[in-house]
Design a protein around this ligand. Sequence first.
Ligand code: AKB
Length: 353
Amino acid sequence: MEKGCILITGANGEIGHGLIRYLAHEGLYKIVALDRSPIDDYQKSVDFYKGDILDKNLIDELNRKYNFTAIFHLAAILSTGGEKEPLPAHRVNVEGSLNILNLADDQSNRTKTPVVVVFPSTIAAYGFATPEQRIAAGKIDEHRYLDPITMYGINKLYIEHLGNYYSTRYRSFEDTPNLTRLDFRCVRLPGIMSSESLPSGGTSDFGPEMIHAAAQGKPYECFVTAETRLPFIVMPDGVHSLISISRASRRSLTKPVYNVGSFSISAGEIRNEVLKYFPKAEITFKPNPKRLAIVDSWPVDVDDSAARKDWGWRPEFDREGAFKNYLIPGITRRYASQRPQQSSPPLQSTDRA
Ligand code: AKB
């Protein structure tokens, strides 16, 4: 049995890449990675399992083989993908999460040490009735407007509650002496922009897609309006938030769920930032009503003062630094070997609703 291990589900997703790189570089833990498709920047220190979060035999095998100190449960079907296939999304987002909570519950009890379960929730857990209401609400805390309109948002909000239940009340009617419960910790992430990968199946994807298209010399047709505003964070800060909450002292955490934020920006402002660095970028707006309705139900900004106060959350990158010091240099390097393809068709998300 391996000790001192960290499990990462959805390891091949955008956050998974960043998290594996960070933890592998630190070299403090054995990393166990699970995904349906192989992780491409395969690292020697990683035990990779190709498989489904819904495969209970596989989850049992992991439970038998390893003692997990922490689990980063990233596997999910995002908002646009979830609207296209709501029932598979429910299975992955809810049943898959339940499998992980049961694994962590079993291990916590077996080893008598609480397994820390880190769950990235999302601004999709919020839901505003109208675009006017979201504008009027401004920067919102963790407790209001929790009426999500997407399968993904509903699933995430439910798992926020279920995780908290597992860590505080689950099995409370059982006559089990010395019950040790798992330690559930959750951050609500805004849209994420990475210089290294493109998201798929999300609705905040217009931000990163616009920048990646410009760096490749491809025209981009944005699926929301220029005025559409969302909170965003860049990948290193997203990873940093998950690592930080996983290591915060339990006593400092006063809430089951914390907002983390960095900057709020409209699609038109992202375009302006992109044009500073890629003046020939061709970015047009052709709103897709279904995807726009999803974004219009999300907050324009988040109040993350509780995370700042309780566990010292601070993003490294503000809006200017995110573009100047992280996104533009990284994306430029990534596509440096490719020639501009001005005649290519506009880059659009494959997950258009
Ligand atoms: C999505 O767009 O679905 C995600 C999210 C905001 O959680 N990026």
